[in-house]
Design a protein. Structure first.
Length: 158
């Protein structure tokens, strides 16, 4: 009976997220992001007249050795043409106090979501590829558990 209640709750919560059209995270083995590991995500855009927000998701533990994270975000069309390329830095910990930022629900694990493109319009409906690369000055970034992408429809307020 408990399993049915939990399952119903999960379905009900996910159904409330009507703006999300895509969300996927890639877990890193050994709880580390190796510099040669560049997660890729194929997103399908249903309507090129619609505006979208694109966000990145990161999950880290307290073992993460820095306060910030430098990463590269690349958006490509279905033919491999580069539409956007950004080198971005976000803070995972407060740079002065060292206190972890983000939301936590699992003890020493913290979730972060950062906007990358807002009110973005795609050229056509179809598939696009997003690639993330860590750009820290270390080959192995310990304490990074996962990286991901979320795409949402922009809802205009009437």
């Amino acid at each position: 009976m408990r399993i049915l209640i939990v399952l119903f709750f999960c379905v009900a919560v996910s159904a409330c997220d009507s703006t999300r059209i895509y969300e996927k995270n890639t877990d890193f083995e050994q709880r580390s992001w190796i510099s040669t590991e560049n997660p890729e995500f194929i997103i399908s855009i249903p309507d090129h007249n619609q505006s979208y927000n694109i966000k990145v998701n990161f999950r880290n533990s307290l073992d993460y050795p820095k306060a910030n994270l430098y990463y590269q975000f690349i958006l490509q069309d279905s033919l491999g043409g580069q539409l956007e390329k950004k080198l971005i830095t976000n803070f995972l910990f407060n740079e002065k106090s060292g206190e972890p930022l983000g939301s936590s629900g699992l003890g020493d694990i913290f979730d972060h979501q950062f906007p990358v493109l807002e009110n973005y319009k795609f050229n056509y409906a179809g598939d696009y590829k997003i690639q993330l690369s860590q750009f820290m000055r270390m080959d192995t970034l310990s304490g990074m558990l996962s990286a991901g992408v979320r795409v949402e429809r922009v809802v205009e307020n009437d």
